[in-house]
Write a protein that binds this ligand. Structure first.
Ligand SMILES: *[C@@H]1O[C@H](CO)[C@@H](O)[C@H](O)[C@H]1NC(C)=O
Ligand SMILES: *[C@@H]1O[C@H](CO)[C@@H](O)[C@H](O)[C@H]1NC(C)=O
Ligand SMILES: *[C@@H]1O[C@H](CO)[C@@H](O)[C@H](O)[C@H]1NC(C)=O
Ligand SMILES: *[C@@H]1O[C@H](CO)[C@@H](O)[C@H](O)[C@H]1NC(C)=O
Ligand SMILES: *[C@@H]1O[C@H](CO)[C@@H](O)[C@H](O)[C@H]1NC(C)=O
Length: 462
């Protein structure tokens, strides 16, 4: 009987995969589909938000232990599943994604739910907006009911964040934290400003509304004038954060893949939106060149992505363990929006995908992924590790048929330039002053021991 044979076979197949880990043939679409299906499944074993009595959209927390994830990373994870659906056609996770996004929009319908206020950064909100933008650009089925459209949710985040522009210090830019009572309110960081830049650029591309493009230019110009950007030999180096308490006169010399990724993505959309403005193309190239120097070390062949600040020392936190997912995805989309980058980017995605797959040999099931794609499994596992491998392997299938849609090219998500109920509530003001203890709490500033040579000096990252 067929059924008894297959019930006999199932445990054997399970056993084989335990022995073999993940086997990927990068050039085979069937192999990529099969591997990404496994990676997505294992990633979602961390998520129980869709089960009875749980909160949709939330990963295990709060973050007092290591087995916890901030709200933003859950938002990013749902985006990786929208991308997964586009790459493979597998709709398995679409209902879970839709439910989570709809549940986390908050009372102002702009991804600012009160449960998250004590950690709410411009960057946290931006990652949920990126996922809404992924959904709009892919014509992902709308949540329906009284949930705003995907593009309206992104517009609502934009409207809210517009009020956070702060030119009382540093000549402009946005503070990391939305609320003054949170540690890190003093910092103006790249992922927040660059996240807002990316949202503006993508809204310009999707809607064709020049107001968003003007905002993206204003944000780029401010960042370029700040110490966050440093140009050297045609490469752009992008640092992590600068301190408004010193009027942004110095900068923290940390280099992370997602910071390069968000600037790359925004610049690529602006290039495409402007129908090929050479200034934006030059910016795209300078970011890619900087990223190549730092994140694709020659010692591993020059094409395998590495989060060099924390992987060698094995001290990446759960946030940092997901960063390569975003640079991977955004490099892939860049090949479509800026076709001249295709030949530089694809070998990097392909080699990184193969490298990512070969180290997925850990954990109880013998196939969990770690962080160091250039080595064997590093004994770590988690949502970020799975998402990074899922994203880079999926990204190798990028093709013009899944280029981001816009209203001009068949995007159906309904615009609402006035979206978001909280858009007039300026959150800059109120609450207690920042203390030294708060500053020391700025979580992103991990202790590191890496040096980078830029501008003739060696920056010791520590
Ligand atoms: C929750 O989502 C998973 C996919 O991640 C699915 O397998 C499961 O059936 C869902 N559970 C419920 C109760 O909907
Ligand atoms: C906020 O937290 C409460 C208590 O855990 C929960 O019942 C509610 O669903 C949460 N809301 C959101 C949007 O996460
Ligand atoms: C702070 O920096 C901005 C931008 O560089 C500059 O225009 C402004 O004059 C500075 N303010 C002070 C008080 O130094
Ligand atoms: C903009 O992106 C589309 C979709 O990928 C592509 O067909 C087009 O050539 C791009 N435009 C420019 C100026 O490169
Ligand atoms: C363009 O966007 C701006 C900013 O949100 C908005 O005020 C304006 O109404 C929009 N224009 C159109 C034609 O939708």
């Amino acid at each position: 009987m067929k059924s008894s044979i297959s019930s006999l076979l199932t445990p054997l197949v399970g056993l084989l995969s335990v022995v073999n880990g993940i086997t990927l043939e990068v050039s085979s679409l069937d192999s990529v589909k099969s591997v990404t299906s496994t990676l997505a499944y294992d990633m979602m074993t961390y998520y129980s938000g869709n089960q009875t009595g749980q909160v949709p959209g939330i990963l295990p927390g709060p973050c007092a232990s290591t087995e916890c994830y901030y709200w933003w990373e859950a938002g990013a994870m749902f985006g990786s599943l929208i991308n997964y659906w586009q790459y493979t056609g597998d709709t398995s996770y679409n209902p879970v994604v839709s439910q989570a996004l709809a549940f986390q929009i908050g009372p102002d319908e702009n991804f600012n739910p009160p449960n998250q206020s004590k950690n709410m950064g411009v960057d946290d909100q931006a990652f949920w907006a990126f996922t809404a933008l992924d959904a709009a650009e892919a014509n992902f089925p709308e949540a329906g009911g009284n949930i705003p459209s995907w593009i309206a949710l992104a517009q609502a985040v934009f409207n809210f964040q517009q009020d956070l522009w702060d030119d009382t210090t540093c000549g402009g830019g946005m503070r990391w934290q939305v609320y003054q009572f949170n540690p890190g309110y003093n910092l103006k960081n790249t992922i927040s400003n660059g996240g807002n830049f990316q949202i503006a650029a993508r809204l310009a591309y999707y809607t064709g509304n020049q107001t968003y493009a003007d905002w993206a230019v204003k944000m780029w110009d401010w960042m370029a004038s700040s110490p966050l950007f440093q140009t050297q030999d045609g490469n752009l180096y992008i640092w992590d954060n600068t301190d408004s308490n010193n009027n942004c006169t110095d900068v923290a010399h940390y280099a992370w893949t997602y910071n390069y990724g968000t600037m790359l993505m925004g610049a690529a959309y602006m290039y495409n939106y402007t129908n090929g403005d050479p200034t934006w193309e030059q910016r795209v190239m300078s970011i890619l060149n900087g990223a190549e120097v730092l994140f694709f070390p020659k010692e591993y062949g020059g094409n395998v992505m590495s989060e060099f600040q924390c992987e060698p020392a094995a001290n990446c936190n759960n946030d940092q363990s997901s960063f390569k997912a975003y640079l991977s995805r955004w490099m892939a989309v860049t090949t479509l929006l800026v076709p001249s980058t295709h030949d530089m980017i694809m070998p990097k995605l392909t080699a990184s995908a193969a490298a990512a797959a070969q180290q997925c040999t850990g954990g109880n099931n013998g196939r969990m992924c770690g962080r160091r794609w250039y080595a064997t499994w590093d004994s770590s596992s988690g949502v970020g590790q799975q998402m990074q491998a899922l994203s880079v392997i999926g990204a190798t299938t990028i093709h013009p048929g899944i280029a981001p849609k816009s209203v001009k090219t068949g995007g159906t998500s309904k615009e609402d330039p006035n979206a978001g109920n909280g858009k007039d509530a300026s959150p800059i003001q109120k609450q207690k002053p920042i203390t030294t203890a708060d500053k020391a709490g700025a979580a992103i500033l991990t202790i590191l021991g890496v040096s980078i040579i830029v501008g003739g000096s060696i920056w010791i990252i520590m």
